[in-house]
Write a protein that binds this ligand. Structure first.
Ligand code: SF4
Ligand code: SF4
Length: 110
């Protein structure tokens, strides 16, 4: 079992989740975060912290299309442990449907 970041995070990336994760399992892309399934201890603490309601357990059908993507990018993107600034237009993208096509495969710019 693991928790999975899904579509609602795209272009929101508020990062509240990274502050509460006890094992620092989050990895940062340009406009999305992912969870490393090999590091996640399935505590569930991050799920209610996400203002965009983007995090679900992998047993939830909403995670189905996103679990493999979390694993793939967790191996490519840098680890994130501290909350940074959310995108300036994050609130405008919150809850918008159809964001999957906007997912950037690029790692976060540091
Ligand atoms: S709190 Fe939610 S929207 Fe923000 S970065 Fe984490 S998963 Fe993405
Ligand atoms: S479920 Fe727990 S261990 Fe897994 S990513 Fe969320 S806070 Fe971290």
């Amino acid at each position: 079992m693991t928790y999975v970041v899904t579509e609602n995070c795209i272009k929101c990336k508020y990062q509240d989740c990274v502050e509460v994760c006890p094992v620092d399992a989050f990895y940062e892309g340009e406009n999305f975060l992912v969870i490393n399934p090999d590091e996640c201890i399935d505590c569930g603490v991050c799920e209610p912290e996400c203002p965009a309601e983007a995090i679900f357990p992998d047993s939830d059908p909403k995670s189905a299309d996103w679990a493999n993507l979390n694993r793939e990018y967790a191996g490519q993107w840098p680890n994130i442990t501290k909350k940074g600034d959310a995108p300036a237009d994050a609130d405008e993208w919150k809850g918008k449907p159809g964001k999957a096509a906007l997912l950037s495969s690029n790692p976060a710019k540091r």
